[in-house]
Design a protein around this ligand. Structure first.
Ligand code: FAD
Length: 325
């Protein structure tokens, strides 16, 4: 019988950070259904938000509530903000390297709808990849790939294990505690920016078992995605581009976001997404992300992966503007 103290379903940031914080003398298994880096964490670009210091917490909470149009659960936002200082310093003290200036000061980027810069980033525009790699290295517990969980074993309201396909063989894995860290539902959409592993399997199992899911209508439609590729997974252009000053323009170069919100390109994501959608529907024309205000060397250093990815499909940044959805 295969039995663990703790089984963690998912090897993205949620699963790996849980594993990092479980004592080494516990028998822990982290599973993921594909290769470990096939997860949304790996694809995250722009950065991680954190309160700047104790004094910043009330404003960070307020900014987050505004960005969420007050649909947020205040208690959850408070926990997020209050714990962000410890979490950020914890991973930095364990060796995570965020981008700094020449004097070693951490660089912060501005997030849409926030009043000040609070986003830490790594590798320019490869924050998720750097954090995922860091946590893979930090994790001292067993990580098992190609393990597709397809059933939760539940008795008297308690989950005591799972059924899984491990390298295409059926296996039952028992555990005293099971942590579900299997991500979201994004790749259920015909076109999306998510990893193919993020396909709501565990949500589906929960529905079958009568386990209540909450707030499933709260789906993020991230603005500024390049959709003119033939693949289901489309290319996101991180919000950090707008945080640093990129514009959203119509075909004549007009910044039409100000027709919708005084904050322009830094209005909250729901407003920016709706504005682009409306603009395209009403005019029948494309909307573009414009980087022409940036100096080339700075742009290539700050956004090296976006520069390379788009170069491969014929765009030269920051000179070229790119059609977005
Ligand atoms: C393109 C893109 C850019 C983003 N940029 C940012 C950003 O800049 N800043 C930010 O804060 N957020 C960003 N996000 C969101 C962020 O990436 C996610 O919120 C976060 O990574 C989710 O982490 P997670 O550990 O919950 O899930 P994931 O990292 O998606 O991991 C899910 C894990 O669950 C496993 N799994 C799923 N189903 C099963 C199953 N049935 N059996 C076994 N294993 C299973 C998967 O294999 C995977 O290991 C971005 C997202 C995308 C898609």
């Amino acid at each position: 019988m295969i039995k663990y103290d703790v089984l963690i379903i998912g090897a993205g940031i949620a699963g790996l950070y849980s594993a990092m914080n479980l004592p080494e003398n516990k028998k822990v298994l982290v599973v993921c259904k594909d290769i470990p880096w096939e997860c949304n964490t790996f694809y995250a670009q722009g950065g991680m938000v954190t309160a700047l210091d104790e004094n910043d917490i009330p404003l960070h909470i307020e900014d987050t509530m505004i960005a969420g149009a007050y649909h947020n659960k205040k208690e959850a936002v408070e926990i997020l903000s209050q714990t962000s200082l410890d979490t950020t310093s914890d991973i930095i003290s364990r060796g995570m390297e965020f981008d700094t200036d020449e004097n070693g000061n951490i660089l912060y980027t501005k997030e849409a709808a926030h009043s000040t810069g609070r986003i830490v980033h790594a590798g320019g525009d490869a924050t998720g990849r750097y954090m995922h790699y860091f946590m893979m290295v930090q994790n001292k517990h067993k990580l098992q790939r190609n393990t597709l969980v397809y059933d939760l074993l539940i008795e008297d309201g308690r989950c005591y294990g799972v059924k899984a396909l491990v390298n295409y063989q059926h296996q039952t894995i028992y555990a005293d505690d099971v942590i579900i860290a299997s991500g979201g539902v994004g790749s259920l959409y015909e076109y999306n920016t998510n990893s193919r592993t993020v396909s709501a399997d565990i949500h589906g199992i929960c529905v079958e078992k009568g386990i209540e899911l909450r707030d499933m209508e709260m789906m993020q439609f991230h603005p500024t995605v390049f959709v003119k590729t033939p693949f289901a997974r489309k290319l996101l252009l991180t919000e950090a581009l707008r945080g640093e000053g990129a514009w959203i323009v119509d075909k004549n170069g007009r910044r039409f976001l100000f027709d919708y919100d005084d904050r322009g390109e830094l209005a909250s994501r729901d407003i920016v997404s709706r504005a682009i959608f409306n603009h395209k529907r009403e005019t029948g024309e494309d909307a573009y992300l414009d980087f022409s205000m940036f100096e080339q060397k700075w742009f290539h250093n700050r956004f090296p992966n976006i520069t390379r990815t788009f170069e491969a499909i014929g765009y030269s940044f920051p000179k070229d503007r790119v059609p977005i959805s």
